[in-house]
Structure formats: C-alpha cells, structure tokens
Design a protein around this ligand. Structure first.
Ligand code: DGL
Length: 270
C-alpha cells in the first residue's frame, strides 16, 4: 500500500542521521531508508554541478526502494540540487533542509540578525540568505564557512580543546559583526552534534537554530496532506553506505543517537 512505502533520506555521510533521528521521533510509524554517500564526502567543497550529479545518483538508489517521499538531509545538496531533484522526480515529494531551517530562524529570532555557519558550498551559493530574506526581507544575515566542523563530527571529536579552538576560530569573527547576530543557524547536518561546543563559544545570548526538527515537521505536513501517513508499525530502519559500512555502523550512533546494527548497513555503488 502507498502508506507503507518507506521514506528515503540521503546525505553526503552520516550527518543526515541527525535529521533521520528527528523524523523517527516525530513519525515513529514510518519506515526509513537512509543513504550516506560516505565514499564521496565531503560535498561541501565540491562544485554545485558535481553535487547535483551525486544527489541525483543518491536519489536514484533510494528510488529502487519505492519510496513515497525523499528527504535531502544535506544542506549542501539541498542548496545545490533541490529544484533539479524536484523537477526530475515529480510527483515524488522532495523535502530539503534549507527552507525548514530558514523558517525556524525567522520564527525563533524575528528581525534577526541571523548568522549562518555551513559548508563552503552552501555559503557560496547563498541559499540560506535567500531563503531567510524571502520570509523576512529586512533581516540582516551573515555567513561563515566552517568546513573543519564536518571532519571533527565525523571523527567524533565533538568536545575538548580541538573542537573549542575550531569553534573560536569560526565563531569569533562572525559574532563580532555589527549588529551582533542573535541567532545562529547550524546550516550543516553535521553541526548539531557540536551544539554544546558551539553554544559554549557563542554564549547564552545567541540562539542556536537546528533545521532537523523543522524538516521533520515538514515531512509530517506533506505526508498528512497527501494521505500518506503510515498507521501500522514501521519496518526496521535500513542503511546504505557507499563506502566503509562498518565505520558507518560504528560512528553513525553519534549522529542518530542510538546504536546502528551493522547487519542493517549495506554497501552500495552509485
Ligand atoms: N552534509 C553536508 C551538509 O549538510 C556536510 C558534509 C559535507 O560537506 O559533505 O552540508
């Protein structure tokens, strides 16, 4: 039946598991298939054309699971490829993380100013600035690329002197801009696991905005509107990785917040 079909989720690596976790909390009856393109991470330093090609291949692999909705749980891929994916996959609904993140930022810090930390590709493309200012044109938005956070998260180095030093390096210039940002968008799926470190350096007067919860809310809204919510129990989650499935199962727990059964991770070639 249509409702029983799984939701497909993809990211360049394991970071999108933070979005998968939010979807699992909000929609426990939904079956989920996650693809991490671990062989080709990072997407954040690659051109928009390359990221769009990778995203189309990831969507193709998930399409073989007869998915009912696709979540692009990668900010860089959402920024580069969302319109192309929506057009080529229609009528399959495709949800990215930038629009929900921008909506959360405007709701949580009306009037701004808003800072955005993200990968180089997301910052260069300016997708967050456009999405935030489409909702609230006068809001000042400042951006900072923070690529080393991706490596720290993938290594599990989310706390301690190295993470602190990197956070100071990226956040101090951003927070020194005037007027000082009152909200900071974690514009990369890897950053929520560094939230405590980022919050410590940003200080208590800066609100951190994470798009995982709002992306999950957007998924629920689309499923309900199309009568696609599953009422029965969910199947066990499935995982696909394009390289090192064992490492994916070991380190994925940092992002998913629960252990991953190594037997549930399949190696795939895109
Ligand atoms: N998943 C990417 C994002 O959310 C970060 C990792 C990468 O650069 O591939 O932008």
């Amino acid at each position: 039946m249509d409702q029983k079909r799984p939701i497909g989720i993809f990211d360049s690596g394991m970071g999108g598991l933070t979005v998968m976790a939010a979807i699992r909390r909000r929609l426990p009856n939904e079956s989920l298939v996650y693809l991490g393109d671990t062989a080709r991470l990072p997407y954040g330093t690659k051109s928009a054309g390359t990221v769009t090609r990778y995203a189309a291949q990831a969507a193709g692999a998930l399409g073989r699971f007869d998915i009912k909705l696709l979540v692009v749980a990668c900010n860089t891929a959402s920024a580069a490829a969302l319109p192309t994916l929506r057009e080529s996959l229609a009528p399959l609904p495709v949800i990215g993380v930038i629009e929900p993140g921008a909506a959360a930022a405007v709701a949580m810090v009306p009037g701004g100013p808003i800072g955005v930390i993200a990968t180089e590709g997301t910052v260069k493309g300016g997708a967050y600035v456009r999405a935030i200012q489409a909702l609230s044109p006068a809001i000042p938005v400042v951006q900072q690329a923070a690529p080393l956070f991706v490596g720290l998260a993938e290594e599990g180095l989310t706390h301690g002197v190295i993470a602190d030093a990197v956070a100071h390096r990226y956040l101090e210039p951003l927070l020194a801009t005037l007027p000082k940002p009152r909200g900071l968008v974690l514009g990369c799926t890897h950053f929520p696991v560094l939230k405590q470190t980022i919050a410590k350096v940003a200080g208590p007067d800066v609100v951190l905005i994470d798009s995982a919860e709002t992306a999950a809310a957007a998924v629920e809204e689309v499923l309900s509107a199309r009568g696609l919510c599953n009422r029965g129990p969910a199947a066990a989650p499935q995982f696909l990785a394009t390289d090192a499935p064992g490492r994916f199962a070991d380190l994925g727990e940092i992002f998913l917040g629960e252990p991953i059964d190594p037997g549930a991770v399949t190696l795939v070639d895109l």
